[in-house]
Design a protein around this ligand. Structure first.
Ligand code: SF4
Length: 336
């Protein structure tokens, strides 16, 4: 089958019949990453039309700030918050209730509708659970914001307790394809991440789960990750690009070719047409001036401002980019 025939087939499925594409089609789309220059414009155009048809016009902005930074005992090879590596990110204590509420009020002041606590931990121990529950309660008492949490691996009981505390969404990334995950982490398994995502769904919270592109995986492994995520029915899928961090095992990894990165964005949109696809960490480094192209190629969300441990470009630059692209912006969402 030629690339044109493949893209015609995918278009028929997603736009005419409104059906998901098959595994075979997903892997065939992944193969287009080789010689990507020839097919990229058509793939991006199709991904954009699929995004408009399945998700609508609006693009959502979200800002993040960590409430527990560094000192994580896990050894994820991309992560500067791991205590297994000698990185410039040093462990910080938990933010206090007052700091959390203050940041939530600030976020509400900028128009945020949602606030997410991000903790760099393997999963919550008693202290972390107490922090999450107290913070969730405080934010709900002191603001009108909805609360989201990202705090690593959960047990079923913890997922139920967090849901019962009024948390509407939980972020837990699969990070990589199952077949690639052992190359980037040895202290926990992909299956544990998968299980946590299921506990989140079973507990009635919305699931936010995505991954990182450019860690040395093959294009087919990107399709494998997208297919696995699709099975979990996430509400939101963050797509990060590896920005090699000093001191981590991936510090010397090459930066993804921007055209291959855009191919990845379009691939994720065509495999997971129903979810919000959020450009997350690494987009400035990998895409540079091509960031707007991804918004016209399948993505419909941005993390704005600074990331957990790296600086992003200014929110004003992103808002200007969206304005120039004539893309309507959904309410700003703040993450702590
Ligand atoms: S579990 Fe999370 S915070 Fe810890 S090393 Fe892995 S990615 Fe980093």
């Amino acid at each position: 089958m030629t690339p044109t025939q493949l893209l015609d087939e995918v278009e028929d499925a997603l736009l005419d019949r409104r059906e998901l594409i098959t595994q075979e089609q997903a892997y065939a789309l992944a193969d287009l990453a080789d010689g990507v220059g020839d097919t990229l414009p058509r793939m991006l155009d199709l991904a954009h039309r699929v995004r408009l048809a399945w998700c609508g016009e609006e693009v959502s902005l979200e800002s993040i700030l960590s409430s527990k930074t560094g000192g994580c005992p896990e050894d994820c090879a991309f992560c500067s918050q791991s205590s297994a590596f000698n990185t410039p990110v040093k462990p910080q204590p938990y933010l206090t209730r007052e700091e959390v509420v203050g940041a939530a009020r600030d976020a509400q002041g900028t128009g945020a509708t949602e606030f997410c606590l991000v903790l760099a931990i393997k999963g919550p121990d008693e202290k972390a659970m107490a922090h999450i529950l107290e913070a969730a309660q405080a934010i709900q008492e002191e603001t009108q914001l909805e609360v989201a949490v990202s705090a690593g691996l959960l047990t079923r009981e913890q997922a139920e307790t967090i849901a019962a505390a009024g948390v509407i969404r939980y972020n837990h990334n699969l990070e990589a394809a199952r077949s690639f995950f052992p190359s980037i982490c040895t202290t926990h398994g992909w299956e544990e991440r998968w299980e946590t995502c299921q506990f989140v769904r079973d507990a009635g919270m919305e699931l936010c789960s995505g991954g990182i592109l450019g860690m040395g995986e093959t294009p087919r492994q990107r399709a494998e990750l997208a297919l696995a995520l699709r099975e979990l029915q996430p509400a939101e899928v963050p797509v990060n690009f590896l920005n090699p961090r000093p001191g981590t095992p991936l510090q010397k990894a090459s930066i993804l070719d921007p055209r291959v990165a855009l191919h990845g964005v379009a691939l994720f949109r065509l495999v997971i047409p129903f979810a919000m696809l959020r450009y997350a960490g690494g987009r400035e480094v990998v895409l540079g001036d091509l960031q707007g192209t991804g918004i016209l190629g399948g993505a419909n969300g941005l993390i704005v401002g600074n990331y957990l441990t790296t600086l992003g470009r200014s929110t004003a630059d992103d808002v200007r980019m969206l304005h120039d692209l004539a893309v309507p912006v959904k309410a700003l969402t703040g993450i702590l």
